[in-house]
Design a protein around this ligand. Structure first.
Ligand code: HEM
Length: 182
């Protein structure tokens, strides 16, 4: 196999690690935010909204990069059930990267709250003002966050399994370190 077919392209690798950092930070900022009653709540929310919208933009860029650059194939000796789990979890992660910010934005729109990215930049509402929809979207945002966290943990576990136990080149295809022979 050539080097290029054993690794994700550079743009995919940079986006992967940058977004991993942003998304994990967002999960902790979100939980910290709802657990705060001090002025820290407003401060965390002021970080949460623009960071969430940045994740939405990067998820669209990432999806484009992914569609234009097919990923390296999984090892041929990987059991079919593990291949299925890998593909299913990757689809789920992409869906959640798009859904989480959209649900957050729609929820604030439904509640009639302005979606401010800074003191002067205000995003348009993407959902009509509706108290019942706000309640549903608020719950959906929290439950999707739990699903995202669990999927992230499964993804991390699988990455460590490939890198430390199977040593089959799957982890290095995303770190860019080594030639798929870790
Ligand atoms: C990947 C993107 C995002 C992630 C991972 C995320 C994560 C979270 C988490 C974990 C919570 C706490 C949920 C709970 O326990 O009730 C939360 C709350 C919240 N999020 Fe997000 N969020 C994202 C994007 C957004 C966006 C784009 C907006 C708005 C533009 C937003 C607005 C809010 C608001 C208003 C709350 C509730 C704050 C409160 O009740 O104090 N989120 N988010």
């Amino acid at each position: 196999m050539t080097r290029s077919s054993t690794q994700f392209v550079l743009a995919a690798r940079v986006l992967h690690w940058l977004m991993a950092l942003m998304i994990v930070s967002m999960l902790f900022i979100g939980v910290g935010m709802v657990a705060s009653v001090s002025e820290r709540h407003a401060w965390l929310l002021a970080i949460h909204k623009p960071l969430g919208i940045a994740i939405l933009m990067l998820a669209i860029v990432r999806l484009t990069v992914r569609l234009r650059n097919p990923p390296p194939p999984l090892p041929t000796d990987l059991p079919a059930v593990q291949k299925l789990a890998a593909h299913a979890s990757h689809y789920l992660l992409y869906a959640l990267m798009l859904a989480m910010p959209l649900v957050g934005w729609a929820m604030l729109s439904a509640g009639g709250y302005p979606v401010m990215l800074s003191h002067s930049v205000r995003l348009p509402p993407i959902f009509p003002v509706n108290a019942a929809a706000f309640a549903i979207l608020r719950h959906a945002h929290a439950w999707l966050a739990i699903l995202l966290f669990l999927t992230f943990l499964a993804h991390l576990g699988a990455a460590l399994y490939h890198g430390l136990i199977r040593r089959d080149g799957v982890l290095s295809s995303m770190t860019g370190i080594g030639h798929g022979t870790e």
